[in-house]
Ligand binder design. Structure first.
Ligand code: 7TS
Length: 418
Protein backbone atom coordinates (compact mmCIF):
# COMPACT_ATOMS: atom_id res chain seq x y z
CA UNK A 1 0.00 0.00 0.00
CA UNK A 2 1.30 3.44 -0.88
CA UNK A 3 1.68 5.87 2.00
CA UNK A 4 -1.25 8.20 2.40
CA UNK A 5 0.53 11.52 2.06
CA UNK A 6 -2.42 13.75 2.93
CA UNK A 7 -2.89 11.74 6.12
CA UNK A 8 0.84 11.96 6.88
CA UNK A 9 0.80 15.74 6.36
CA UNK A 10 -1.79 16.10 9.09
CA UNK A 11 0.76 14.73 11.57
CA UNK A 12 3.14 17.64 10.91
CA UNK A 13 1.76 20.81 12.53
CA UNK A 14 4.37 23.07 10.93
CA UNK A 15 3.19 22.20 7.42
CA UNK A 16 0.08 24.32 7.90
CA UNK A 17 2.18 27.37 8.80
CA UNK A 18 1.69 30.53 6.75
CA UNK A 19 4.97 32.14 5.68
CA UNK A 20 4.91 35.59 4.10
CA UNK A 21 1.14 35.24 3.73
CA UNK A 22 1.59 32.04 1.73
CA UNK A 23 1.17 28.41 2.60
CA UNK A 24 4.58 27.00 3.60
CA UNK A 25 6.21 24.68 1.06
CA UNK A 26 9.05 23.07 2.96
CA UNK A 27 11.74 21.81 0.60
CA UNK A 28 14.76 22.08 2.88
CA UNK A 29 14.68 18.56 4.25
CA UNK A 30 18.35 17.86 3.60
CA UNK A 31 19.14 20.57 6.18
CA UNK A 32 16.67 19.23 8.72
CA UNK A 33 13.33 17.44 8.55
CA UNK A 34 10.08 18.54 10.17
CA UNK A 35 8.73 16.65 13.18
CA UNK A 36 5.45 14.76 13.46
CA UNK A 37 3.14 15.41 16.39
CA UNK A 38 4.01 11.95 17.77
CA UNK A 39 7.63 13.06 18.29
CA UNK A 40 6.65 16.46 19.69
CA UNK A 41 4.19 14.82 22.10
CA UNK A 42 6.73 12.24 23.22
CA UNK A 43 9.20 14.99 24.06
CA UNK A 44 6.74 16.97 26.17
CA UNK A 45 5.30 13.79 27.66
CA UNK A 46 8.78 12.77 28.81
CA UNK A 47 9.34 16.12 30.53
CA UNK A 48 5.84 16.08 32.03
CA UNK A 49 5.81 12.53 33.30
CA UNK A 50 9.17 10.76 33.29
CA UNK A 51 11.95 13.34 33.53
CA UNK A 52 14.82 11.84 35.51
CA UNK A 53 18.48 10.98 35.04
CA UNK A 54 19.35 7.57 33.57
CA UNK A 55 21.51 4.69 34.79
CA UNK A 56 21.89 6.09 38.29
CA UNK A 57 18.75 6.20 40.42
CA UNK A 58 17.01 3.47 42.34
CA UNK A 59 13.83 5.47 42.20
CA UNK A 60 10.94 4.62 39.90
CA UNK A 61 11.23 7.54 37.50
CA UNK A 62 14.92 6.96 36.92
CA UNK A 63 14.22 3.30 36.19
CA UNK A 64 11.46 4.26 33.73
CA UNK A 65 13.64 6.85 31.98
CA UNK A 66 16.51 4.33 31.76
CA UNK A 67 14.26 1.64 30.27
CA UNK A 68 12.81 3.99 27.66
CA UNK A 69 16.25 5.39 26.84
CA UNK A 70 17.75 1.93 26.34
CA UNK A 71 14.71 0.69 24.41
CA UNK A 72 15.39 3.36 21.80
CA UNK A 73 19.00 2.21 21.52
CA UNK A 74 17.68 -1.28 20.71
CA UNK A 75 15.17 0.19 18.27
CA UNK A 76 17.89 2.08 16.39
CA UNK A 77 20.19 -0.96 16.29
CA UNK A 78 17.32 -2.96 14.80
CA UNK A 79 16.45 -0.14 12.38
CA UNK A 80 19.89 -0.40 10.73
CA UNK A 81 19.95 -4.19 11.22
CA UNK A 82 23.07 -4.21 13.41
CA UNK A 83 24.31 -7.77 13.91
CA UNK A 84 23.79 -9.38 17.35
CA UNK A 85 22.72 -6.08 18.87
CA UNK A 86 20.94 -7.80 21.73
CA UNK A 87 24.25 -9.22 22.99
CA UNK A 88 26.21 -5.99 22.61
CA UNK A 89 24.48 -2.83 21.48
CA UNK A 90 26.74 -1.04 18.96
CA UNK A 91 24.85 2.29 18.99
CA UNK A 92 26.60 5.25 20.64
CA UNK A 93 24.69 8.49 21.17
CA UNK A 94 26.45 11.65 20.05
CA UNK A 95 25.33 15.21 19.27
CA UNK A 96 25.17 14.81 15.49
CA UNK A 97 26.81 13.21 12.45
CA UNK A 98 29.65 15.69 12.71
CA UNK A 99 30.50 14.66 16.26
CA UNK A 100 30.26 10.96 15.37
CA UNK A 101 32.88 11.40 12.63
CA UNK A 102 35.11 13.53 14.84
CA UNK A 103 35.02 10.89 17.57
CA UNK A 104 36.22 8.19 15.18
CA UNK A 105 38.95 10.46 13.85
CA UNK A 106 40.18 11.13 17.38
CA UNK A 107 39.92 7.54 18.66
CA UNK A 108 40.11 4.58 16.28
CA UNK A 109 41.74 6.48 13.41
CA UNK A 110 44.16 8.35 15.66
CA UNK A 111 45.25 5.06 17.25
CA UNK A 112 45.61 3.16 13.99
CA UNK A 113 46.86 5.59 11.37
CA UNK A 114 50.59 5.62 10.67
CA UNK A 115 52.90 7.68 8.51
CA UNK A 116 52.23 7.21 4.77
CA UNK A 117 48.95 5.42 5.41
CA UNK A 118 46.09 6.66 3.28
CA UNK A 119 42.54 7.76 4.01
CA UNK A 120 40.15 7.97 1.06
CA UNK A 121 37.20 10.34 0.97
CA UNK A 122 35.25 11.48 -2.09
CA UNK A 123 35.11 14.82 -3.88
CA UNK A 124 31.52 15.27 -2.67
CA UNK A 125 32.02 15.06 1.10
CA UNK A 126 30.30 17.38 3.54
CA UNK A 127 32.94 19.38 5.45
CA UNK A 128 32.31 17.20 8.49
CA UNK A 129 33.66 14.17 6.61
CA UNK A 130 36.63 16.07 5.24
CA UNK A 131 38.14 18.45 7.78
CA UNK A 132 38.62 15.90 10.61
CA UNK A 133 40.60 13.72 8.19
CA UNK A 134 42.62 16.69 6.91
CA UNK A 135 43.81 17.45 10.43
CA UNK A 136 44.49 13.84 11.34
CA UNK A 137 46.45 13.17 8.14
CA UNK A 138 48.55 16.30 8.69
CA UNK A 139 49.35 15.24 12.25
CA UNK A 140 50.19 11.68 11.30
CA UNK A 141 51.97 12.51 8.04
CA UNK A 142 49.41 10.31 6.32
CA UNK A 143 47.82 10.99 2.92
CA UNK A 144 44.26 12.13 2.32
CA UNK A 145 43.08 11.04 -1.13
CA UNK A 146 40.04 12.53 -2.79
CA UNK A 147 38.15 10.03 -4.95
CA UNK A 148 37.19 11.89 -8.15
CA UNK A 149 33.77 12.34 -9.70
CA UNK A 150 32.90 12.34 -13.41
CA UNK A 151 30.88 14.82 -15.48
CA UNK A 152 27.69 13.09 -14.40
CA UNK A 153 28.62 13.98 -10.77
CA UNK A 154 29.03 10.31 -9.85
CA UNK A 155 32.11 8.63 -8.44
CA UNK A 156 34.44 7.71 -11.28
CA UNK A 157 34.86 4.01 -10.60
CA UNK A 158 37.63 3.60 -13.11
CA UNK A 159 39.87 4.95 -10.34
CA UNK A 160 38.83 2.26 -7.83
CA UNK A 161 42.08 0.26 -7.90
CA UNK A 162 44.23 3.39 -7.98
CA UNK A 163 42.60 5.07 -5.00
CA UNK A 164 41.83 2.09 -2.77
CA UNK A 165 44.96 0.01 -2.45
CA UNK A 166 47.25 -1.68 0.08
CA UNK A 167 48.14 1.72 1.64
CA UNK A 168 44.49 2.51 2.39
CA UNK A 169 43.61 2.38 6.09
CA UNK A 170 40.18 3.95 5.93
CA UNK A 171 37.61 4.74 3.27
CA UNK A 172 35.24 7.37 4.64
CA UNK A 173 32.46 8.12 2.19
CA UNK A 174 29.12 9.80 1.94
CA UNK A 175 26.30 7.43 0.96
CA UNK A 176 24.03 10.08 -0.54
CA UNK A 177 25.35 13.53 -1.42
CA UNK A 178 23.63 16.44 0.35
CA UNK A 179 24.67 18.80 -2.46
CA UNK A 180 23.83 16.89 -5.62
CA UNK A 181 21.61 13.98 -4.66
CA UNK A 182 24.09 11.41 -5.96
CA UNK A 183 23.67 8.00 -4.32
CA UNK A 184 27.07 6.36 -4.26
CA UNK A 185 27.69 2.66 -5.01
CA UNK A 186 28.91 2.09 -1.47
CA UNK A 187 28.69 -1.70 -1.71
CA UNK A 188 31.29 -1.66 -4.49
CA UNK A 189 33.54 0.62 -2.46
CA UNK A 190 33.13 -1.43 0.72
CA UNK A 191 33.96 -4.64 -1.16
CA UNK A 192 37.08 -3.06 -2.60
CA UNK A 193 38.11 -1.64 0.79
CA UNK A 194 37.68 -5.05 2.44
CA UNK A 195 39.87 -6.65 -0.22
CA UNK A 196 42.77 -4.43 0.89
CA UNK A 197 41.94 -4.69 4.62
CA UNK A 198 40.82 -1.09 4.93
CA UNK A 199 38.01 -0.05 7.25
CA UNK A 200 34.95 1.82 5.97
CA UNK A 201 32.99 4.68 7.49
CA UNK A 202 29.67 5.49 5.84
CA UNK A 203 28.26 9.00 6.26
CA UNK A 204 24.59 8.12 6.26
CA UNK A 205 23.28 11.59 7.17
CA UNK A 206 21.34 11.79 3.88
CA UNK A 207 20.66 8.09 3.31
CA UNK A 208 19.48 6.57 6.61
CA UNK A 209 16.48 8.98 6.75
CA UNK A 210 15.43 8.20 3.17
CA UNK A 211 16.04 4.54 2.30
CA UNK A 212 16.66 1.17 3.93
CA UNK A 213 20.27 0.98 5.20
CA UNK A 214 21.39 -2.39 6.52
CA UNK A 215 24.82 -2.53 8.17
CA UNK A 216 24.88 -6.34 8.23
CA UNK A 217 24.35 -6.45 4.49
CA UNK A 218 26.78 -3.57 3.84
CA UNK A 219 29.45 -4.90 6.22
CA UNK A 220 30.69 -1.37 6.94
CA UNK A 221 32.74 -0.66 10.07
CA UNK A 222 31.17 2.66 11.04
CA UNK A 223 27.86 4.30 10.16
CA UNK A 224 27.01 7.84 11.25
CA UNK A 225 23.78 9.82 10.99
CA UNK A 226 21.68 12.51 12.69
CA UNK A 227 18.25 12.18 14.32
CA UNK A 228 17.15 15.66 13.22
CA UNK A 229 17.17 14.73 9.53
CA UNK A 230 14.82 11.80 10.11
CA UNK A 231 11.85 13.31 11.97
CA UNK A 232 13.71 13.29 15.28
CA UNK A 233 14.93 16.07 17.56
CA UNK A 234 18.03 18.19 17.05
CA UNK A 235 21.11 17.61 19.18
CA UNK A 236 21.22 13.84 18.75
CA UNK A 237 23.61 11.89 16.54
CA UNK A 238 24.20 8.20 16.06
CA UNK A 239 27.50 6.37 15.82
CA UNK A 240 27.39 2.68 14.89
CA UNK A 241 30.65 0.79 15.31
CA UNK A 242 31.17 -2.83 14.26
CA UNK A 243 31.67 -5.21 17.16
CA UNK A 244 35.34 -6.18 16.67
CA UNK A 245 36.38 -2.50 16.57
CA UNK A 246 33.98 -1.48 19.32
CA UNK A 247 35.50 -3.97 21.76
CA UNK A 248 38.90 -2.31 21.49
CA UNK A 249 37.79 1.28 21.00
CA UNK A 250 39.08 3.81 23.53
CA UNK A 251 36.55 6.26 24.96
CA UNK A 252 36.95 9.85 23.84
CA UNK A 253 35.12 11.72 26.58
CA UNK A 254 35.90 10.85 30.18
CA UNK A 255 33.86 11.52 33.31
CA UNK A 256 30.73 10.35 35.06
CA UNK A 257 28.85 7.17 34.13
CA UNK A 258 31.45 5.85 31.70
CA UNK A 259 33.51 4.31 34.52
CA UNK A 260 33.36 1.13 36.58
CA UNK A 261 35.86 1.98 39.30
CA UNK A 262 37.76 5.17 40.04
CA UNK A 263 40.62 5.94 42.41
CA UNK A 264 42.55 9.21 42.74
CA UNK A 265 45.13 7.73 40.38
CA UNK A 266 43.17 5.90 37.74
CA UNK A 267 39.88 4.59 36.44
CA UNK A 268 38.46 1.54 34.68
CA UNK A 269 35.79 1.75 32.02
CA UNK A 270 32.15 0.78 32.16
CA UNK A 271 30.60 -1.73 29.74
CA UNK A 272 29.89 -0.98 26.08
CA UNK A 273 28.15 1.23 25.05
CA UNK A 274 28.08 3.22 28.32
CA UNK A 275 31.85 3.63 28.32
CA UNK A 276 31.45 5.95 25.33
CA UNK A 277 28.83 8.20 26.90
CA UNK A 278 30.39 10.34 29.61
CA UNK A 279 28.06 12.62 31.54
CA UNK A 280 24.27 12.95 31.42
CA UNK A 281 23.18 12.02 27.90
CA UNK A 282 20.51 13.68 25.77
CA UNK A 283 17.78 11.60 27.42
CA UNK A 284 14.67 13.45 26.29
CA UNK A 285 15.73 13.62 22.66
CA UNK A 286 16.73 9.96 22.57
CA UNK A 287 13.32 8.99 23.91
CA UNK A 288 11.52 11.25 21.43
CA UNK A 289 13.69 9.83 18.64
CA UNK A 290 12.13 6.44 19.41
CA UNK A 291 8.80 7.85 18.21
CA UNK A 292 10.47 9.07 14.99
CA UNK A 293 11.80 5.55 14.34
CA UNK A 294 8.32 4.11 14.99
CA UNK A 295 6.85 6.62 12.57
CA UNK A 296 9.36 5.73 9.82
CA UNK A 297 8.89 1.99 10.45
CA UNK A 298 5.12 2.32 10.23
CA UNK A 299 5.44 3.80 6.74
CA UNK A 300 8.38 1.58 5.77
CA UNK A 301 11.74 2.81 4.50
CA UNK A 302 11.25 1.23 1.05
CA UNK A 303 7.98 3.13 0.69
CA UNK A 304 9.70 6.36 1.69
CA UNK A 305 12.39 5.80 -0.93
CA UNK A 306 9.70 4.97 -3.50
CA UNK A 307 7.72 8.13 -2.74
CA UNK A 308 10.81 10.33 -2.99
CA UNK A 309 11.86 8.66 -6.25
CA UNK A 310 8.40 9.33 -7.68
CA UNK A 311 8.64 12.99 -6.64
CA UNK A 312 12.10 13.20 -8.20
CA UNK A 313 10.89 11.63 -11.45
CA UNK A 314 7.98 14.08 -11.46
CA UNK A 315 10.39 17.00 -10.96
CA UNK A 316 12.77 15.82 -13.68
CA UNK A 317 9.85 15.53 -16.05
CA UNK A 318 8.77 19.13 -15.38
CA UNK A 319 12.32 20.27 -16.01
CA UNK A 320 12.50 18.30 -19.20
CA UNK A 321 9.36 19.93 -20.54
CA UNK A 322 10.20 23.48 -19.48
CA UNK A 323 12.38 24.97 -22.25
CA UNK A 324 13.06 28.18 -20.36
CA UNK A 325 14.36 26.33 -17.30
CA UNK A 326 16.32 23.90 -19.43
CA UNK A 327 18.11 26.75 -21.19
CA UNK A 328 18.69 28.93 -18.16
CA UNK A 329 19.35 26.61 -15.28
CA UNK A 330 21.71 23.68 -14.72
CA UNK A 331 20.67 20.73 -12.60
CA UNK A 332 23.58 18.84 -11.05
CA UNK A 333 23.65 15.15 -10.24
CA UNK A 334 23.22 11.82 -12.03
CA UNK A 335 20.87 11.43 -15.00
CA UNK A 336 19.86 7.95 -13.82
CA UNK A 337 17.02 8.22 -11.32
CA UNK A 338 18.18 5.03 -9.57
CA UNK A 339 21.35 6.85 -8.53
CA UNK A 340 19.50 9.94 -7.29
CA UNK A 341 17.94 10.87 -4.00
CA UNK A 342 15.24 13.50 -3.58
CA UNK A 343 17.79 16.33 -3.64
CA UNK A 344 17.75 18.67 -6.64
CA UNK A 345 20.47 21.27 -6.94
CA UNK A 346 20.41 24.08 -9.46
CA UNK A 347 22.64 26.84 -10.70
CA UNK A 348 21.79 29.62 -13.09
CA UNK A 349 23.97 32.36 -14.56
CA UNK A 350 20.98 34.73 -14.39
CA UNK A 351 21.00 35.30 -10.62
CA UNK A 352 22.78 34.33 -7.44
CA UNK A 353 21.04 31.45 -5.61
CA UNK A 354 20.59 33.66 -2.51
CA UNK A 355 18.56 36.18 -4.52
CA UNK A 356 16.44 33.43 -6.06
CA UNK A 357 15.99 31.83 -2.64
CA UNK A 358 14.76 35.15 -1.25
CA UNK A 359 12.10 35.44 -3.96
CA UNK A 360 11.05 31.84 -3.33
CA UNK A 361 10.78 32.62 0.38
CA UNK A 362 8.41 35.48 -0.51
CA UNK A 363 6.19 32.77 -2.01
CA UNK A 364 6.40 30.65 1.16
CA UNK A 365 8.86 28.20 -0.38
CA UNK A 366 11.77 27.12 1.84
CA UNK A 367 14.84 25.94 -0.07
CA UNK A 368 18.49 26.09 0.85
CA UNK A 369 20.96 28.25 -1.00
CA UNK A 370 24.71 28.30 -0.52
CA UNK A 371 27.60 25.84 -0.66
CA UNK A 372 25.84 23.26 1.55
CA UNK A 373 29.07 22.73 3.53
CA UNK A 374 30.71 21.26 0.43
CA UNK A 375 32.92 24.17 -0.61
CA UNK A 376 35.57 22.11 -2.44
CA UNK A 377 32.81 20.44 -4.47
CA UNK A 378 31.26 23.79 -5.40
CA UNK A 379 34.69 25.00 -6.54
CA UNK A 380 35.14 21.89 -8.67
CA UNK A 381 31.70 22.39 -10.22
CA UNK A 382 32.73 25.98 -10.96
CA UNK A 383 29.88 27.61 -9.03
CA UNK A 384 29.94 29.71 -5.85
CA UNK A 385 26.69 28.27 -4.57
CA UNK A 386 23.56 26.44 -5.65
CA UNK A 387 19.85 26.47 -4.94
CA UNK A 388 18.72 23.18 -3.45
CA UNK A 389 15.24 21.68 -3.11
CA UNK A 390 15.14 18.50 -1.05
CA UNK A 391 12.12 16.24 -0.52
CA UNK A 392 10.75 14.06 2.24
CA UNK A 393 7.81 11.82 2.91
CA UNK A 394 5.30 14.65 3.34
CA UNK A 395 6.08 16.51 0.11
CA UNK A 396 3.66 16.42 -2.80
CA UNK A 397 3.65 16.86 -6.57
CA UNK A 398 1.61 20.06 -6.11
CA UNK A 399 4.42 21.51 -3.99
CA UNK A 400 6.99 20.62 -6.62
CA UNK A 401 4.87 22.19 -9.34
CA UNK A 402 4.61 25.34 -7.24
CA UNK A 403 8.37 25.33 -6.66
CA UNK A 404 9.09 25.20 -10.39
CA UNK A 405 6.51 27.89 -11.17
CA UNK A 406 8.08 30.23 -8.63
CA UNK A 407 11.63 29.29 -9.60
CA UNK A 408 10.90 30.09 -13.28
CA UNK A 409 9.12 33.31 -12.27
CA UNK A 410 12.10 34.37 -10.13
CA UNK A 411 14.57 33.62 -12.91
CA UNK A 412 12.50 35.60 -15.41
CA UNK A 413 12.35 38.51 -12.98
CA UNK A 414 16.13 38.73 -12.74
CA UNK A 415 16.48 37.98 -16.46
CA UNK A 416 14.37 41.08 -17.22
CA UNK A 417 16.32 43.42 -14.95
CA UNK A 418 19.74 42.32 -16.21
N1 7TS B 1 27.08 14.67 6.26
C1 7TS B 1 26.15 14.97 5.35
C2 7TS B 1 26.08 14.19 4.07
C3 7TS B 1 25.25 16.00 5.61
O1 7TS B 1 24.33 16.30 4.70
C4 7TS B 1 25.33 16.71 6.81
C5 7TS B 1 24.43 17.88 7.10
C6 7TS B 1 26.30 16.32 7.73
C7 7TS B 1 27.16 15.31 7.42
C8 7TS B 1 26.40 16.97 9.06
O2 7TS B 1 25.26 16.69 9.81
P1 7TS B 1 25.05 17.40 11.23
O3 7TS B 1 23.75 16.83 11.72
O4 7TS B 1 26.21 17.01 12.05
O5 7TS B 1 24.99 18.86 10.96
N2 7TS B 1 23.97 18.54 5.96
C9 7TS B 1 23.30 19.72 5.94
C10 7TS B 1 22.82 20.27 4.76
O6 7TS B 1 22.93 19.75 3.66
N3 7TS B 1 22.23 21.45 5.04
O7 7TS B 1 22.31 21.66 6.36
C11 7TS B 1 22.99 20.59 6.93
Amino acid sequence: MNPNISQIRKDFPILSTIVNEKQLVYLDNAATSQKPIQVINKLTDYYKNTNSNVHRGVHTLSGKATDEFEDVRLKVAKFINAPNYKQMNPIIWTRNTTESINIISMTWANDNLEENDEIVVTAMEHHSNLIPWQRLCKRKKAKLKIFPINNNQELDLKYLDEYINSNTKLVSIVHSSNSMGTINPIKTLIKKAKSVNAKVLIDGAQSVPHMPVDVTDLDCDFLVFSAHKMLGPTGLGILYVKKDILQNLEPHFLGGEMVLDVSYESATWNDIPMKFEAGTPNIADVIAFGSAIDYLNDIGMSKIREHESELTAFALNILDENKYLKNNSTLFGPKNILNRSGVLTFHSDIAHPHDLGTLLDNEGIAVRTGHHCTMPLMKSLGVPATLRASFYIYNTEEEITKFFECYSKSLRFFDNVR
